[in-house]
Design a protein around this ligand. Structure first.
Ligand code: ATP
Ligand code: FE2
Length: 321
């Protein structure tokens, strides 16, 4: 099956084409907020409107295909920012209607997981899904991806972005924090794990406070990373022990972080478990992950039922197998 996938949940507008789950083309462009600001949903939506045509055109050209070659159009139906989601929704509906193709509504979180599984040999993992909008420990049980633990406040990527913004650095902030942390020293920050849930808000506030008091960007970055990554490793390990699963799969934009990968790898080695990471190319939002997921599930929806779902949780999606 050849599937065109469209991603537009937040800052990225992306299109990807897969042929039997092999990525043949992937094109994306990211909205960059004004300096010192987080994502402005209306502006991101306008970015997506302006870029959508050229991105889809380029994606088809790179695959050396036209819409005639496409068997189905998949789009990120949720969760995400409504101003952004609607752009992908409109574009996907128009393409499906005009070219008489089935329309596939994909859950963005499931897509982060499926692209991770598709690119690795991971079969039945505990998943750490870490991004700007989500922080969840997920595992497949009884027909669904269930959430075993999650953030009680801000997601990890958002916290990294907040700290980078306080340093006056551009988005996405996680990349800067990773670079700065390489030459930092450790100081203690609040370690907040509550049962299986995590909290990053107080930790980020304290890190920013220390920076404003004169602690270097490097030390703040290093200490922040060490603290939150240890918290994540603890909860992931507990989920593995609880579910009896022997694999850990790291997905989402924050998965690109090498220090996080290193810490989780050590934890898995100590348990005799296998550790997998989504390739960096597909860790951030992209159209291919939507195309992969659309192809795997292949569940066409009617145009009338294709409204975007701003708060569509991963555990609301029936997977069945
Ligand atoms: P979702 O809708 O799934 O929550 P998202 O909109 O946050 O996705 P992603 O592209 O999945 O988008 O993730 C972006 C996040 O990843 C940002 O918060 C960014 O700072 C973070 N990030 C990117 N690279 C790194 C890195 N090397 N280390 C840590 N964090 C990173
Ligand atoms: Fe994402």
């Amino acid at each position: 099956m050849i599937c065109l996938g469209i991603e537009s949940t937040a800052h990225t507008f992306g299109a990807g084409i897969v042929n039997n789950n092999e990525v043949v083309s992937d094109v994306k462009d990211m909205y960059i907020p004004p300096k010192g600001s987080g994502i402005i949903p209306r502006e991101a939506g306008i970015h997506h409107i302006e870029k959508s045509t050229s991105i889809i055109k380029e994606c088809l050209e790179k695959a050396d295909m036209t819409m005639k070659d496409i068997d189905a159009v998949a789009f990120s139906q949720g969760p995400g920012l409504p101003q952004c989601l609607r752009v992908g929704g409109v574009v996907a509906r128009m393409l499906a209607l005009k070219h008489k193709k089935p329309l596939l509504g994909v859950n963005h979180c499931v897509a982060h997981i499926e692209v991770g599984k598709n690119c690795t040999s991971s079969k039945d993992p505990v998943v750490l899904y870490l991004s700007g909008g989500n922080t969840q420990v997920i595992a497949f049980t009884e027909g669904r991806y269930r959430v075993f633990g999650e953030t009680q406040d801000v997601p990890i990527g958002n916290a990294l972005d907040m700290i980078a913004r306080s340093f006056g650095l551009s988005m996405p902030g996680g990349i800067h924090i990773e670079r700065l942390a390489k030459s930092g020293k450790y100081f203690e920050l609040p370690y907040v794990v509550k049962g299986m849930d995590l909290s990053f808000s107080g930790l980020a506030t304290e890190a920013i406070r220390q920076y404003k008091k004169g602690v270097s960007m490097e030390d703040v970055s290093y200490s922040f990373q060490e603290t939150c990554f240890a918290m994540l490793a603890e909860v992931a390990e507990r989920a593995m022990a609880h579910t009896g699963k022997r694999e850990l799969l790291l997905v989402g934009g924050v998965a690109a972080n090498k220090r996080l990968q290193e810490m989780l790898n050590i934890m898995c080695e100590e348990r005799g478990a296998k550790f997998f990471v989504v390739p960096m190319k597909y860790s951030g939002d992209n159209g291919s992950m939507i195309a992969v997921t659309g192809s795997i599930y292949n569940r066409p929806i009617e145009i009338e039922n294709s409204d975007v779902r701003q708060k569509w949780r991963v555990d609301e999606v029936a997977i069945d197998s």
